[in-house]
Design a protein around this ligand. Structure first.
Ligand SMILES: [Zn+2]
Length: 146
C-alpha cells in the first residue's frame, strides 16, 4: 500500500528481525497516521537528495524494538522515525543536506557513519542534530554532525 508516491507502508514496517523471530509488527491506527507523516517527510528528503531513499527501519513494535536493542523511548515505537540511506551518498552527506534544509524534523542523527535516523515529534519539532558513535560500552551521542 502506498503512503505517498514513493513510499509504501510495507517498507516502513518491514524488518528482517521481525520476520525471522515471527514478531508482530503491524501498526495500529495511530501509528499508521504517523507513518503517513514520515512518508511525507521522506518525500521531501528524496527531493532534497535528488535520488531514492532506502528505509532500513521505520515502525517498531515494543517487542521488535526490544529485539533490536532500540532506545526505550525511541520515536520508532510511535512510527515517527525512519532509518535511511541514499545510494551514492554517505550518511554524513545525507545528514548534512537534511540539516541544512528547512525540514521540520525533531531529531536527525548521523548513526556511526552507517545510516541516518530522522524523527518527527508529536508536538513542536526540536530540530536536534546529533552524531552517534558506537563503541563497546554502547552508543555515545555528540551535538552536531561530526
Ligand atoms: Zn532510528
Amino acid at each position: 500500500m502506498n503512503l505517498t508516491e514513493h513510499f509504501t507502508l510495507e517498507e516502513l514496517v518491514a524488518s528482517q528481525v521481525a520476520t525471522r523471530r515471527r514478531i508482530d509488527n503491524r501498526p495500529g491506527p495511530v501509528v499508521l497516521k504517523n507513518l503517513y507523516r514520515v512518508a511525507e517527510l521522506l518525500e521531501q528528503v528524496r527531493a532534497l537528495a535528488g535520488r531514492p531513499i532506502v528505509v532500513s527501519s521505520g515502525y517498531r513494535s515494543q517487542q521488535l524494538n526490544a529485539a533490536v536493542g532500540g532506545a526505550r523511548d525511541s520515536a520508532h515505537l510511535q512510527g515517527l522515525a525512519a532509518d535511511i540511506t541514499a545510494p551514492g551518498m554517505s550518511p554524513r552527506q545525507l545528514a548534512c543536506v537534511i540539516r541544512d534544509s528547512g525540514l521540520p524534523f525533531d531529531q536527525l542523527i548521523c548513526e556511526g557513519g552507517a545510516w541516518v535516523h530522522i524523527g518527527l515529534a508529536a508536538g513542536a519539532p526540536r530540530r536536534q542534530v546529533l552524531t552517534a558513535t558506537f563503541n563497546q560500552g554502547g552508543t555515545v551521542y555528540s551535538q552536531g554532525i561530526a
